[in-house]
Design a protein around this ligand. Structure first.
Ligand SMILES: [Zn+2]
Length: 133
C-alpha cells in the first residue's frame, strides 16, 4: 500500500502510490496526488528540510572556508575558487532541498503525523471531559 517513504521522497514521488509527483514547482506541493488522490494539504514539513540540508551542507563545506584563505594564488584564480566553492555549495543545497522535503513529507504521511489535537475543559486542575479513571 505505501511505498518506502525515503525512496519515494528522494524521487519526489507520492508516499502512498510512489507514482504521482509531489511538487508542482520547485518546493510547492500539489494539492493532491494525481495518481492515487492522496491529499497533500494535511501534512506540513515546516522548516525541517532547511534545517537538515543546511546542517549537512555546512558540515561538508565548512572546512573549505577555513582552507581557502590559506591558499597562495593570484587574485583571479583565488576569486575563481571562491566562486566555485560558493556555487557548488548553493547547487548542492538546492538539489538536496526538494528531495529532503519529499522524504520528510512522505515520512509524515506514512506515520500519520499531524498537529496535536487536545480537548480542553477550560479550567486548570480539572481532568479533560473524556478522562477515564
Ligand atoms: Zn499517490
Amino acid at each position: 500500500m505505501f511505498e518506502h517513504p525515503i525512496k519515494s521522497g528522494v524521487f519526489e514521488r507520492c508516499g502512498r502510490c510512489g507514482k504521482g509527483r509531489l511538487f508542482r514547482g520547485y518546493l510547492k506541493f500539489r494539492d493532491e496526488c494525481d495518481v492515487c488522490g492522496l491529499d497533500y494539504r494535511g501534512a506540513d514539513t515546516a522548516d525541517g528540510p532547511a534545517f537538515f540540508v543546511g546542517s549537512l551542507t555546512m558540515i561538508l563545506f565548512a572546512p573549505f572556508y577555513f582552507i581557502l584563505p590559506l591558499v597562495q594564488l593570484p587574485l583571479l584564480q583565488l576569486l575563481g575558487l571562491w566562486v566555485l566553492l560558493i556555487g557548488s555549495m548553493v547547487g548542492f543545497a538546492g538539489v538536496l532541498l526538494p528531495k529532503c522535503k519529499g522524504v520528510l513529507f512522505n515520512l509524515q504521511v506514512r506515520h500519520k503525523a499531524e498537529e496535536a489535537n487536545f480537548e480542553s475543559t477550560g479550567q486548570h486542575g480539572q481532568p479533560p471531559r473524556n478522562w477515564k479513571h
